[in-house]
Design a binder for this molecule. Structure first.
Ligand SMILES: NC(=O)c1ccc[n+]([C@@H]2O[C@H](COP(=O)([O-])OP(=O)(O)OC[C@H]3O[C@@H](n4cnc5c(N)ncnc54)[C@H](O)[C@@H]3O)[C@@H](O)[C@H]2O)c1
Ligand SMILES: NC(=O)c1ccc[n+]([C@@H]2O[C@H](COP(=O)([O-])OP(=O)(O)OC[C@H]3O[C@@H](n4cnc5c(N)ncnc54)[C@H](O)[C@@H]3O)[C@@H](O)[C@H]2O)c1
Lengths: 207, 207
């Protein structure tokens, strides 16, 4: 039962390690990592030790090995296929974003229920398909992750259909809390949290 | 020098407290908060104590007062006005999202450099305006936050112009690391981190 905060720290460590590799750094200690990226060195050691023996005490980490270790913990060492349901503004922006369709993630379907959108070409080259074909598309293209970018009113129905189609991990952007079985992870995103971080900065910069 | 992780925890506490209020809960201890939302009770106490005296030991927190306390720390007790530059898919999705233009956040301008987009009505009722008018729009409408939803190639130029126009907090979606003066906070968002959390779940659910 790992907390969401622990996983998000692993994603942060991955980005830090990528920056170190770009800068040609080959070894790094947890103290150096903490100092350079404003992290907590004890927390870094605790997080990495949780998943197994890693690193030699007093010697620091080999950056390339550290990256591979975090990649494997996050399950990024194999391809993960996505289906996006809701081909409006947000769905379109996500389907041709390099983060969603690059590296080990691949968008294999963009679906919508509006007949006037079905058949449209998306910027990434996929054609928008009928949302009614979700079960068949998930099975044929071995999708593992569903992304919901529909209005809130449609989101629970879409979520239920994703679960029925066999998807076990769902990323939800609609502003509504979704119900799903225990065996399915539904992660809701609220971009407002990033505005809150900026608001914190503005409030404390005012002194 | 508060870490980004501390601020994101405050945003999480705010959502937890909102759920408690919805459920009619009036008081809560740090242990109950931790158990119900899979958090760390010592971390909650440490975070809240950092900003001042709050709560009475052994009695727990008054939920409504806790909410107000976190709202003030995050600077959400006053209006924060945003200008979005890049009125494409993502920019359009953000300008009429209730999280960006609701509560204490308000989108006061949606700008673009493409003449064929200028003058378009956005779903939120604002008209797309010429990006060249950024300084005048920031001054006249007292914007504090800039949001960059342009392609990566244009992002640094847009960031520089936001800084020159007086914006001190910038939310960047373009996949590029931006340079800005010390006095300006640039927060880059990579929605891929949410896919990584789902990937972690899939990798560990496989057993
Ligand atoms: N979480 C966030 O931070 C965030 C940010 C921006 C937008 N949003 C949310 O994302 C959602 C999409 O926003 P948008 O700007 O792209 O809206 P949009 O109206 O442009 O797109 C919605 C699309 O969903 C389709 N749709 C509706 N019902 C459907 C169904 N049952 N099955 C399949 N497709 C269906 C519509 O035909 C439309 O194409 C909204 O719920 C919005 O509130 C969230
Ligand atoms: N960070 C994330 O998680 C995430 C997710 C999706 C998309 N993106 C990124 O967001 C950006 C926008 O994506 P999109 O799908 O909306 O693209 P888009 O092509 O639909 O929109 C880009 C808009 O920016 C405008 N533009 C270009 N140069 C400009 C300039 N100098 N000043 C003002 N406007 C300018 C264009 O005219 C266009 O309207 C891209 O960089 C994309 O990679 C990031």
């Amino acid at each position: 039962n790992i907390s969401e905060l622990t996983i998000s720290r692993l994603s942060i460590y991955l980005r830090c390690v990528d920056q170190l590799l770009e800068a040609g750094v080959e070894t790094v200690s947890s103290q150096q990592l903490a100092k350079r990226f404003n992290l907590n060195s004890a927390q870094i050691r605790k997080d990495l030790a949780y998943f197994g023996e890693f690193g030699v005490r007093g010697v620091g980490y080999n950056v390339r090995q550290l990256r591979q270790y975090v990649v494997e913990i996050l399950g990024l060492d194999r391809e993960r296929r996505l289906v996006i349901v809701g081909a409006g503004n947000l769905g379109s922006a996500l389907c041709h974003y390099s983060g969603f369709s690059g590296g080990n993630f691949l968008v294999v379907g963009v679906l919508d229920s509006d007949p006037s959108r079905i058949g449209d070409a998306t910027p990434a080259g996929l054609l928008v398909e009928d949302a009614a074909r979700l079960p068949e598309i998930v099975a044929q293209r071995q999708a593992e992750i569903g992304v919901i970018t529909t209005p809130a009113a449609a989101a629970q129905t879409v979520c239920d259909r994703m679960v029925d189609a066999g998807l076990r991990a769902i990323l939800n952007f609609a502003p509504i809390r979704l119900r799903a079985p225990e065996s399915v992870l539904v992660k809701s995103v609220d971009l407002k949290v990033h505005l809150e971080e900026l608001s914190f900065f503005l409030a404390h910069a005012e002194g």
